[in-house]
Write a protein that binds this ligand. Structure first.
Ligand code: PAF
Length: 284
């Protein structure tokens, strides 16, 4: 496994892969590698001949300096884990390499509408930062395949839209959420939870699961169900930031023809913001 930090080196290596007709996969991450990332890596390894993982804590997608400064950093351990999975290249660029004109006045990629709703309305400029960094990685690496988890479902939809609108010749592969045995979705932020917070964190998923079961039986009681679930979550100790029931195709409100539904939620547990989602299939 090669660790590459400079863009020039990366370009040289990519060129030789291209000359040898490799199928290149990219797994973009912000590090603190966990089972969720490793599921992406495993799938990428199966579907390509060269697997590149990027580790870059992207400053422009954080709306709060506190969150950026406290984002867990564990490069050495990350590389060990990725080596175990035979990743070919780990790309770890500097902020200056990725934002050569600085982060205050950077050239950006923006997907309108989808970037402003839901999570985007809570975290100003977040998705603008995400699409900008992902498009930079796409331009540099030009992978055949790129892998994203379904935990940030809105991110996935936005990236698919960007790829479609900008004619990127890249296939986006999504991988379902990977959960701990108790149901808690793996997240880099989980290690920031205190012991007591960690003990209840999985109840976020269990409560949404319960909501999903009820929704399957009665799709017409959404407003009520959102109220009940919000109360349940708050009783456990979460502060509900958002809870939506939407059509999963374009993240619009559901209508009579919606069959693929998604529950999307974000909650605060102390200072940590957790997101999760559950897909619900409605049979008509
Ligand atoms: O999902 C993430 O970890 C990040 O948003 C991504 C896609 C690596 C861009 O920084």
């Amino acid at each position: 496994m090669k660790i590459v930090r400079s863009i020039n080196n990366l370009k040289k290596i990519i060129k030789s892969f291209r000359n040898n007709n490799h199928v290149i996969s990219l797994v973009p991450t912000m590090g603190n590698i966990h089972e969720g990332h490793l599921a992406l890596v495993k799938k990428a390894k199966l579907m390509s001949t060269v697997c590149i993982v990027s580790i870059f804590i992207n400053p422009t997608q954080f709306d709060q300096l506190y969150d950026f400064n406290n984002y867990p950093r564990s490069i050495k351990l990350d590389c060990k884990k990725l080596m175990f999975y035979n990743v070919d290249i780990v790309f770890i660029p500097s902020v200056l390499a990725m934002y050569p004109s600085g982060i205050n006045n950077y050239t950006y990629m923006y997907v309108p509408n989808l970037s402003e709703i839901l999570e985007g309305s809570k975290r100003l400029n977040h998705y603008k930062g995400v699409t900008t960094i992902v498009s930079k990685l796409f331009n540099l690496i030009q992978p055949n395949l790129a892998f994203f988890g379904e935990k940030d479902f809105q991110q996935l939809i936005i990236i698919k839209r960007m790829v479609h609108d900008m004619y990127y010749n890249i296939k986006i592969i999504s991988v379902p959420i990977i959960r701990e045995a108790n149901g808690l979705a793996y997240s880099s932020r989980n290690i920031l939870l205190s012991k007591d917070e960690y003990k209840i964190a999985h109840k976020f998923y269990l409560t949404l699961r319960d909501m999903a079961d009820k929704l399957k039986n009665n799709i017409h009681c959404i407003v009520n169900l959102i109220k009940i679930t919000t109360n349940q979550l708050e009783k456990i100790g979460f502060t509900v930031d958002s809870l939506y029931v939407l059509d999963s195709k374009y993240l619009t409100y559901i209508n009579n023809s919606s069959t693929n539904i998604i529950i999307l939620s974000a909650v605060w547990l102390g200072k940590i913001r957790l997101i999760d989602n559950i897909k619900v299939k409605i049979f008509k």
